[in-house]
Design a protein around this ligand. Structure first.
Ligand code: GN1
Ligand code: MG
Length: 362
């Protein structure tokens, strides 16, 4: 591995000499490494190297083009703020190609380790960071971005893909998921409500992050203020509710995304409120009433959508999400379903919190 990493670093002409590397275990998709260089002045400098998953990102050049445009926009609108700088090769590209893979190098930003992703201050600050991200990108034309994963949050198509996988049943796994399938089918209409509203022209197309997890925000070591939003792979045209719903899906779950004991899984309304407060502070004045009205149901929709994606991947033999054991995707799907059920029960309270925040920040 070291040789490969050194070869990539050489292509990016990093100054100094390669000293050491370590793998950073984050996410289910790409491979990430931290590389440290020794400089001639005796100081060290670290970089993040990433190998992009070609199965997920069929067109990585377009992913990198989006990232270039978005990071430039941030530098222009928020000069002086911490931003991601993707390094360029001799021929001016922000990636190198290595067979099917592309590699990229970004500045390493020292930040507070997130030991408790359910710390209220941190969650509020993460909400603010994702809200601000949308606010800054409201001055950016979504048509300037490629749709790098087409129909990423098209819940209807996600359901269609599930039905196709069921139909094919290529591994004979459907029999293990009958109960899950029947519940998912029963909530399909509700889960697809954002898609329908979009089709009816009720929701504006914005620029969204599409992976709004707390660990996609870096925080200041001293005061835990959000420094910067990272993981820009899925920045695409999208709906505000997708970012809000996906964030709640990940942060408000009282258990891990792959918890087997479903009695531990629930939607923590304290986390919901903390994130909503942060998210709506910089954005509430700009969102339309229809958009705000989708925020609570979007949590349910995005949670069901991910359950559908995990289950589809399970039925297909796990080609998409990294799995640590054979039934990992089935376990993940069940966990998301348990969370979605709890959200159904709490929908009224969630709506009340959104209305409170909207009133406060509008
Ligand atoms: C994937 O690998 P990671 O954590 O960045 C996925 C998200 C899912 C998430 C679930 C491009 O993100 O959509 O919500 O796993 N990213 C992609 O853990 O599919
Ligand atoms: Mg991601």
């Amino acid at each position: 591995m070291q040789e490969k990493l050194m070869e990539i670093c050489t292509a990016f002409r990093l100054p100094g000499s390669f000293d050491r590397w370590e793998e950073v275990k984050v996410g289910n998709i790409n491979k990430t490494y931290k590389v440290t260089y020794a400089r001639e002045n005796g100081l060290e400098k670290a970089y993040i190297l990433q190998r992009v998953n070609p199965f997920v990102f069929k067109n990585p050049e377009q992913v990198m083009e989006n990232i270039e445009r978005v990071t430039q926009h941030f530098r222009r609108l928020q000069p002086g703020k911490v931003t991601l700088h993707y390094h360029h090769t001799r021929d001016g590209k922000n990636f190198v190609r290595d067979g099917d893979y592309i590699w990229r190098v970004v500045n390493y930003i020292p930040s507070a380790p997130v030991t408790d992703a359910r710390d209220e201050t941190l969650v509020r600050n993460a909400g603010f960071a994702f809200g601000e991200f949308q606010a800054v990108l409201s001055y950016f034309d979504p048509a300037q971005l490629y749709e790098t994963i087409p129909d990423f949050h098209n819940t209807q198509k996600r359901f269609d893909a599930l039905e196709e996988a069921v139909e094919a049943d290529s591994l004979g796994r459907v029999k293990e998921a009958e109960a899950e399938l029947s519940w998912l089918r029963s909530v399909r209409e509700d889960a697809c409500c954002l898609c329908r509203m979009q089709e009816e022209g009720l929701l504006p197309l914005r620029v969204t992050h599409n992976d709004t997890k707390v660990n996609n925000v870096l925080f200041d070591k001293k005061d835990h203020r959000a420094l910067v939003v990272i993981d820009l792979d899925t920045v695409m045209p999208g709906l505000a509710g997708n970012d809000f719903g996906d964030a709640i899906r990940s942060v408000a779950n009282t258990a891990a995304e792959d918890e087997k004991d479903l009695s531990k899984v629930s939607c923590d309304l304290r986390m919901f409120r903390a994130f909503a407060e942060g998210f709506l502070e910089p954005t509430a004045h700009a969102f339309t009433q229809h958009e705000m009205d989708t925020f609570s149901i979007s949590c349910f929709a995005l949670t069901v959508e991910l359950a559908v994606r995990f289950l589809t991947d399970y039925l297909l033999g796990d080609p998409y999400f990294y799995c640590a054991y054979p039934a990992h995707n089935l376990v993940r799907a069940r966990c998301q379903m348990a969370l979605a059920r709890d959200m159904q029960r709490k929908m009224g309270e969630m709506e009340k919190i959104i209305a409170d925040c909207a009133e406060k920040y509008r």
